[in-house]
Design a protein around this ligand. Structure first.
Ligand SMILES: Cc1cc2nc3c(=O)[nH]c(=O)nc-3n(C[C@H](O)[C@H](O)[C@H](O)COP(=O)(O)OP(=O)(O)OC[C@H]3O[C@@H](n4cnc5c(N)ncnc54)[C@H](O)[C@@H]3O)c2cc1C
Length: 430
């Protein structure tokens, strides 16, 4: 079982440069809300914020700190679409639905843009992203994908970059070409997450850190979420626990493999050296299954990620091992000091498609972002809120009808009701 309760942020570059130190109080009372969201990462916050904007009362529980999980540690690559191949969807749904899923993959990036603008989130959002080909077969695959995107989805946002041009984007001999997409990019993920938390709080969400949900039980009105020192009674529950879900919903957790992946951040390289290394400031992932991903930070450090592993044990000499990988692409950074090294768990599904659904009609979950959560979590939050709202909207129409008390109190109520029914029957018979 992964440890996730009452933890401080891992000592990452992001934690060191977090621009919001708000502490949210632990829950120590019994409270009621329309919705209890469990998990204070991008999925939980996005869901909570969307619901609050639609007028729901929301309590959000986070076992450690807001953004403590993958959301506050990731590579910060904001890439339209999903981790899986689009044909994964084709084997489960008709083409018209695949087209809708594709469109939502683009929408997911727009959601992040909208949130950053609307809530003025200071998270270094920068546009420009490239998938780099390591091998000739990757070149073929990227070219084919560009063509598919155009012919099947009418999408013209990808530009294939030839090898000669690559050195003007990434100063390395390692890549044979790449697919550039100006509509994707990168950001500081912890500051983005903290910004969403602020927006959620301002919209009325009651946020509690260091508050682990121990169990979700049923009541006559809905659900009861129990914690060490408090309880939430709610009509709806949203599970947004990512790789840490295990105890709450073992059946769901079985659909997820926690895959560890790691990052290092060098010391600031200075403007000149940084621009000689990555002249166009794009985010890059390569095409290998155990991929490398990298980009510059706002303060001009090289942020290098990779070393995916199914082991939950951190590799020994992590910083040195990651540095060796980085030098295969950028030997020119041999003398750059490594200031930070950390890792986290990606929630991977078998087919790498996201896993959204309901455990029962009023218990929602979203997980399985498979390394593509910076964008898809925003979409998950929007969709869960839409789904809850649609269900409740029909129900709540009836709630708008104001019922008056019967006159006459309890004793006279039955005779009066019978009188009224007799009257209506007489009217029916006329
Ligand atoms: C190292 C790394 C690099 C990555 N790089 C990228 C990238 O560049 N681009 C990209 O798109 N994606 C990337 N990802 C994936 C992305 O970060 C995730 O998909 C996304 O953050 C998932 O968000 P989440 O809110 O679902 O989960 P998390 O951020 O993990 O949040 C889940 C939260 O739930 C809390 N929790 C769990 N159980 C309970 C409980 N019982 N009670 C209360 N709280 C609970 C946890 O404490 C945790 O904070 C990366 C992931 C990692 C680990």
């Amino acid at each position: 079982m992964l440890k996730f309760e009452n933890q401080a942020h891992v000592p990452s570059f992001y934690a060191a440069t977090a621009n919001d130190r708000t502490c949210y109080p632990p829950l120590d009372a019994t409270v009621s809300a329309d919705v209890c969201v469990i998990g204070g990462g991008l999925t939980g916050l996005s869901t909570a914020l969307n619901l609050a904007e639609r007028g729901y009362s929301v309590v959000l529980l986070e076992a450690s700190k807001i953004g403590w999980g993958a959301s506050g540690r990731n590579g910060g690559q904001l890439i339209a679409g999903y981790s899986c191949d689009i044909d994964t969807f084709s084997s489960h749904m008709p083409e018209e639905d695949v087209q809708r899923v594709w469109a939502m993959g683009l929408e997911s990036v727009e959601i992040v843009k909208e949130r950053v603008a609307k809530h003025q989130i200071d998270c270094d959002l920068t546009f420009g992203y490239l998938t780099a080909a390591n091998k000739p077969r990757h070149v073929e695959a990227l070219r084919a994908w560009r063509e598919t995107a155009e012919l099947r989805f009418g999408y013209r946002g990808y530009r294939y970059v030839e090898r000669d041009e690559m050195r003007g984007i990434v100063a390395s001999d390692r890549y044979l070409g790449g697919l550039h997409y100006a509509g994707s990019g990168h950001l500081h993920p912890l500051n983005y997450t903290l910004g969403l938390a602020r927006a959620a709080r301002d919209a009325g969400v009651s946020i509690h850190e260091d508050t682990s949900a121990h169990a979700v039980g049923k009541t006559a009105q809905g659900h009861q979420v129990t914690c060490a020192r408090g309880r939430v009674d709610a009509r709806y529950v949203v599970l947004a626990c990512n790789a840490y879900l295990g105890r709450l919903a073992p059946a769901l957790a079985r659909k997820i493999m926690p895959v560890a992946t790691y990052l290092i951040a060098t010391e600031p390289l200075g403007d000149l050296r940084a621009s000689e290394t990555m002249p166009t400031d794009v985010a890059i992932s390569d095409c290998n299954a155990a991929l490398d991903y990298f980009r510059l930070t706002k303060d001009r450090r090289m942020l290098w990620g990779g070393k995916a592993s199914c082991s939950t044990r951190t590799p020994r000499e992590l910083a040195a091992a990651m540095r060796r990988d980085m030098l295969k692409t950028f030997p020119q950074l041999a003398d750059a000091k490594i200031d930070y090294a950390w890792g986290g768990f990606v929630d991977a599904t078998m087919n790498r498609a996201p896993h959204f659904g309901r455990l029962e009609p009023t218990v929602y979950f979203a997980q399985g972002f498979s390394g593509h959560g910076v964008n898809v979590t925003g979409l998950a939050g929007r969709l869960i809120a839409e789904a809850i709202d649609a269900q409740a909207a029909r129900f709540d129409l009836f709630g708008k009808i104001r019922h008056r008390d019967f006159p006459g109190g309890r004793l006279l109520r039955t005779p009066m009701l019978m009188l009224a029914m007799t009257w209506h029957r007489m009217m029916d018979a006329l």
